[in-house]
Design a protein around this ligand. Structure first.
Ligand code: FAD
Ligand code: DLZ
Ligand code: SF4
Length: 518
């Protein structure tokens, strides 16, 4: 009787805990394309192609290496449609002596896996996912000692733990965080070397055809599918990033240029989250670029902080705060998601470009997600649950464990400030400084109210005054209220009227799009 090892779509790692120490002759690996996962939200078409193609390539690699793989395709007529249903079928088929599975990344799936020991007669072993620097219990211990959780302090622990960019027990260069050097606005004509793109092979083309046929009404374009789908391709993409773009990664981390969808970002999140790339190994390579004189410390520190800081922190935070995080709505935001998040049809040039990139690439870079799409949702008071579902649908790298903390806590402040020390609210001035969007926009960031004023300007004050009681006592934002109080009454009223007039023009998503969510 074999040991059954189910491997989920984001566990495509050859050294996965459930495979370690197993022998090929008494193990059956189970991989499952299932409707429940493909439709719990109506994922972007590229996201489904990416996951199915990466799963099929991974299964083929395992088979080539001599493993027995039971691979259930979506169109298999007996497909049970869920992980639990497929494991039940495999138990029936194979009569395994035990099931060994690595815990799921998402709460929803882990809840189902937690039922397996009661459901199946054989032994079920659920192993921690050790592809992260911090274990979940380590995060819990760290969090439980604190009144306030702050990424910066957690990040320092991770630097100490990994030894990355350390000089004994001190940070290399004397400072933990070099963000101040990483806010360079884009100069005229800024462009970056193109990232490595991958032509769909026969396996990927099959997945594209499958998705066009089965998921035709899902959001997103499949015209260009260029993501790495194997470890080998992902390594090539990483090589190109370290050769060509890491040098400028830091300075232009927050820059946005219309039509330049990648800039100096690594574009590696899809591969990291699938398990094709080891995040710690990437950080070691980044450190090496600094030690070899190929990239400045601020670029390398910035990159490492995103991974062993933010990525690890949001994962720990997710498991620490679930399940209540998914329903959090501290700011009581209830406006429906506007239609333009799906269509891109808005005359706000910044939002239109970010939605276009999202539709074409199933990707937008961090500052577009945070300070354009996210900032708008925060200021306009869009329902967190609708915004959460949108982000989960549209990005190829989106899994709830990483998406939800970023959306609910980081951009929408729906957790009331447990993750971030302040809401990231900004007026048009910020977007104008950090991008060239406003040059091509019918609105003016310099105009504060009335016809032609950038809508972010009145929305900013509308938001601030709506939440004055809560924000006034926040040391990081409270000091802007005296500015509001010094304005004359007419000016203040103009801001509020302009914001109200703009909000009244927002069309909620039509039912066809609203169905993309849960
Ligand atoms: P780079 O800019 O090259 O950064 C390097 C790596 O750092 C990324 O690949 C990623 O693994 C990690 N990273 C950077 N920022 C974060 C962060 N805030 N949280 C976690 N990891 C981070 N990232 C996802 O992987 N999945 C998501 O669903 C997701 N949703 C987001 C939603 C919002 C509202 C925001 C503000 C951010 C979100 N992010 C998410 C984080 C970040 O935007 C993406 O990781 C990044 O844009 C991926 O592109 P990249 O690989 O070029 O990143
Ligand atoms: C996102 C996704 C999709 C679209 N489809 C599948 C699938 O058919 N089979 C699979 O194993 N995984 C899929 N995934 C990724 C899973 O949702 C992911 O593994 C879980 O979210 C982890 O908790
Ligand atoms: Fe966006 Fe306002 Fe600039 Fe237009 S003017 S691009 S809406 S920030």
């Amino acid at each position: 009787r074999p040991i059954l090892v189910p491997i989920l779509g984001d566990q495509l790692t050859r050294t996965l805990a459930s495979l370690r120490g197993r022998t090929k002759d008494d193990t059956v690996i189970l991989m499952m394309e299932v409707w429940d996962e493909a439709t719990y939200v109506k994922h972007h078409k590229q996201k489904i192609v990416l996951i199915f193609s990466a799963m099929r390539h991974f299964a083929a690699e395992l088979e080539d290496a001599g493993w027995q793989v039971d691979y259930v395709k979506l169109t298999d007529p007996d497909n049970a449609g869920s992980f639990t249903g497929e494991v039940a079928r495999a138990v029936e088929r194979l009569d395994p002596r035990a099931i060994r599975v690595v815990e799921a990344g998402e709460w929803r799936v882990q809840q189902a896996i937690a039922q397996w020991p009661d459901k199946f007669a054989c032994e079920v072993e659920i192993l921690p996912d050790d592809r992260f620097v911090a274990s979940l219990s380590e995060f819990r211990d760290w969090a439980e000692d604190r009144v306030q959780l702050r990424m910066e302090y957690f990040y320092r622990e991770m630097r100490r733990k990994t030894g990355l960019l350390m000089d004994g027990d001190k940070p290399l260069g004397g400072e933990w965080n070099l963000d101040a050097q990483n806010r360079k606005p884009p100069q005229e004509g800024l462009s970056a070397p193109e990232r490595l793109k991958f032509e769909p092979d026969a396996i990927t083309q099959d997945c594209i055809a499958l998705v066009e046929e089965q998921f035709a009404d899902h959001f997103g374009s499949l015209e260009r599918f260029e993501w790495p789908v194997t470890r080998e391709e992902a390594e090539e993409a990483a090589d190109a990033f370290f050769a060509e773009r890491i040098e400028n990664f830091g300075p232009y981390q927050d820059a946005m240029v219309a039509g330049e969808d990648d800039l100096f970002h690594s574009m590696l999140s899809t591969s990291i989250n699938l398990g094709l790339l080891d995040p710690l190994e990437l950080c070691r390579r980044a450190e090496q670029s600094y030690r070899d004189g190929k990239a400045p410390l601020n670029s390398v520190e910035g990159f490492i902080r995103q991974i062993i800081g933010w990525r690890e922190y949001v994962r720990g935070f997710y498991w620490h705060q679930m399940p209540q995080l998914q329903d959090a709505n501290a700011l009581e935001a209830h406006r429906p998601l506007p239609e333009f998040y799906w269509t891109g049809e808005t005359d706000m040039a910044c939002l239109a470009d970010c939605v276009r990139s999202t539709r074409d690439n199933a990707h937008a870079h961090h500052i577009q997600r945070l300070m354009v799409l996210g900032n708008f949702a925060l200021l306009a008071g869009i329902s967190p649950q609708q915004v959460q579902d949108w982000y989960l649908v549209v990005y190829a790298d989106a899994y709830e464990w990483v998406e939800l903390p970023n959306v609910a806590a980081m951009i929408l402040y729906a957790d009331g400030g447990k993750l971030a020390s302040k809401p990231y609210a900004a007026s048009g001035n910020y977007i104008n400084k950090m991008s060239n969007y406003c040059k091509g926009c019918r609105y003016s960031p310099a105009k504060k109210t009335g016809e032609g004023a950038c809508p972010f300007n009145p929305l900013y004050w509308h938001f601030m005054t709506r939440h004055r009681d809560r924000l006034e006592v926040n040391p990081r934002v409270g000091r802007i209220f005296p500015t509001w109080d010094r304005m004359d009454e007419d000016k203040r009223q103009d801001y509020l009227d302009s914001a109200e007039a703009f909000l009244a023009t927002l069309e909620p998503a039509s039912p066809a799009w609203a169905r993309a969510a849960r």
